[in-house]
Design a protein around this ligand. Structure first.
Ligand code: ZN
Length: 257
């Protein structure tokens, strides 16, 4: 269902001769060229909104967004509504701006457009091709594509060179997860409590977190997955985000070197 939104993103790349993320440095100029005006506004319950007619529109971005990468993603997401929907009005809360497939279809379409537009699959695959999985690669990708860590991690689960599970936990509960199709486990309950044996839980206990890749049992995250195996070791790496009371965890099967 999101293929059309992705093809619209590619079409826009062709129209503006965009061949890499460096050509997207001035995202607003591209939006303006498509008759989309962008304003910052004090938005009460959403990160971004768009109101549009057939060939022009007004995008409002929350002035509370601190991260430039997150701001760019919201702009691209609102552009996605314009190019792939006909509803004319969208208010987009933060939960709709996480590009995982659990949102209403129009939000999934807007996210699919934004992901493909900012991190086109071939660009992402080429960027991570010779890199090890883990937080460092995701951090480098976030910088290279000028997006948030969350967006770069979710794209890695779709287009990275190793199967991974990326999990964001907030105040002790899973807020989202993105899992590669070929990762051995696929289920993490949304809003489920972080397991006490995981490194992420140490963060919520206020303890020091080991941010290097380390070995964990699958029990720490996937006890409720129907394919759960005992004594199955995974590699885990965590990135605490204390300003957001959150921690990003990435898991993969590659053994530590
Ligand atoms: Zn939206």
């Amino acid at each position: 269902m999101t293929a059309l939104a992705e093809s619209k993103a590619r079409e826009l790349h062709r129209t503006y001769c965009i061949t890499g993320p460096e050509d997207l440095a001035d995202l607003e100029a591209i939006a303006n060229a498509e008759c989309l005006i962008i304003e910052e506004a004090d938005l009460a319950n959403c990160q971004g909104k768009i109101r549009y007619e057939q060939d022009c529109g007004l995008i409002k971005i929350s002035s509370a967004i601190r991260e430039p990468g997150a701001r760019r993603f919201v702009i691209a997401h609102e552009m996605g509504h314009f190019f792939s929907e006909s509803s004319r009005l969208n208010n987009c809360s933060s939960r709709y701006l996480t590009p995982v497939r659990s949102n209403p279809q129009n939000e999934n379409n807007a996210n699919a457009f934004a992901v493909e537009f900012l991190m086109r699959r071939e660009w992402y695959e080429a960027f991570v091709k010779d890199k090890d999985p883990g937080i460092d690669t995701i951090r480098e990708a976030a910088e290279y594509f000028a997006v948030s860590l969350s967006a770069a991690a979710i794209r890695y689960a779709q287009a990275g060179n190793f199967p991974i599970a990326a999990i964001m936990a907030h105040r002790g509960r899973v807020s989202w997860s993105a899992i590669s199709e070929s990762f051995p486990y696929q289920f993490i309950g949304k809003s489920c409590q972080v397991n006490g044996s995981s490194e992420a839980y140490a963060f919520f206990r206020g303890e020091e977190v080991d941010t290097s890749p380390h070995t964990v049992l699958a029990d720490s995250w996937f006890l409720n997955d129907r394919n759960f195996r005992r004594c199955h070791f995974l590699t885990e790496q965590c990135l605490p985000m204390p300003n957001y009371k959150s921690i990003l965890t990435v898991l993969w099967e590659e053994p530590i070197k």
